[in-house]
Design a protein around this ligand. Structure first.
Ligand code: ATP
Ligand code: MG
Length: 323
């Protein structure tokens, strides 16, 4: 990558009761880049986002690693300094918009609050900007809707409000955790289109967390595949779909209906992500892997570079490719 990354996660280990939820996760998000983070439920996607925002639940803590945002390690900042960055330079959209909107404030007040707190805007000016932002996220009759409370809006409209709040301060980095999962398919497509347009307009970098590979194919430049708290594979989006290297990635791709081409029956990966207290040694995927060799059960695979920007933690890829 030509310019230095906006976000660089380096060896991030996040633990609860001495058990590693994330174990040495490393990846970066480049300037203006959309990086998709995928993996089954429980693979650590949200924990990666919450670690980066320093919004982990009390029992969970980052135990090693660095999270560099524009070169500064967020883990070394005071809580006051972090509060100035959060919602301003880095914004996050949460999966469930209802739980992250304040039910007793109108949507306008919530945007105004962000702008007065982070930007020191006068209230009248902030109100004008709030209407502009609601327009930007294509909420019809924005000047009226601004006086609505969250419960008066549909799910899709609430998610748009969340996006408007996230974009209020024109963040450098947007972390979107399953931004469309709670929405029905038509609204999902609208919200994704909207995000796509906005990220271009605002030249934002985006960490897009999703379990939906279709969303990744359409939206991401690069993909990070997480499995049981470790990165299994990182690749440019086209390479990931054309030549997935890790058996887990191959399994994920086989478990969705093909995007085009002849209809094949989706095949789910047998088994499930191991529980935290029950992590297998070696490669954490080996008990579910159809092509595992003896070494996979014993030694954690390092990253093997395949093509530029494409690497995978699989012994078989290192030995010349998975059969
Ligand atoms: N508050 C918590 N305390 C302890 N462990 C937690 C907590 N929240 C999540 N975990 C554990 O952390 C691991 C990763 O969870 P995480 O929520 O990051 O998964 P995810 O990839 O976001 O899954 P999903 O697709 O279901 O959102 C899981 O094993 C989960 O049980
Ligand atoms: Mg999650």
């Amino acid at each position: 990558m030509a310019s230095s990354p906006v976000l660089e996660i380096d060896g991030l280990t996040t633990s609860v009761d001495g058990l590693k939820i994330l174990d040495g996760v490393s990846f970066s998000v480049g300037d203006g880049e959309v990086v998709g983070v995928v993996g089954e439920s429980g693979s650590g996607k949200s924990m990666t986002a919450l670690s980066s925002m320093r919004l982990l639940p009390n029992s969970v803590a980052v135990t090693s690693g660095r999270i560099l945002f524009e070169g500064t390690d967020l883990l070394g900042l005071s809580e006051a300094a972090m509060r100035r960055i959060r919602g301003d330079r880095i914004a996050m959209i949460f999966q469930e918009p209802m739980s992250s909107l304040n039910p007793v404030l109108t949507v306008g007040e919530q945007i105004v609050e962000t702008l007065t707190w982070h930007r020191g805007m006068a209230r009248a000016e902030a109100r004008r900007r709030a209407v502009e932002l609601l327009d930007l996220v294509e909420i019809p009759a924005a000047a009226k809707r601004i006086s609505d409370y969250p419960h008066q809006l549909s799910g899709g409209m609430r998610q748009r409000v969340m996006i408007a709040i996230a974009l209020a301060c024109e963040p450098k980095l947007l972390i979107a955790d399953e931004p469309t999962t709670a929405l029905d398919v038509t609204v999902q497509a609208q919200v994704l289109d909207l995000l796509r347009g906005l990220r271009r307009e605002l030249a934002m970098s985006v960490m897009l967390i999703t379990h939906d590979l279709g969303v990744v194919a359409e939206f991401a430049d690069r993909v990070v595949v997480l499995y049981a708290g470790r990165v299994a594979e990182t690749a440019p989006v086209k390479a990931l779909f054309r030549a997935p290297a890790h058996p887990y990635t191959q399994g994920l791709l086989a478990s969705i209906p093909p995007l085009d081409g002849p209809l094949a029956q989706p095949r789910p990966i047998p088994g499930s992500v191991p529980a935290l207290a029950d992590m297998p040694g070696g490669c954490r995927f080996h008990p579910r892997c159809a092509v595992a060799i003896d070494r996979c059960a014993v030694v954690q695979p390092p990253f093997f570079p395949l093509d530029p920007g494409h690497e995978t933690a699989c012994w078989l890829a290192g030995a010349g490719g998975v059969p």
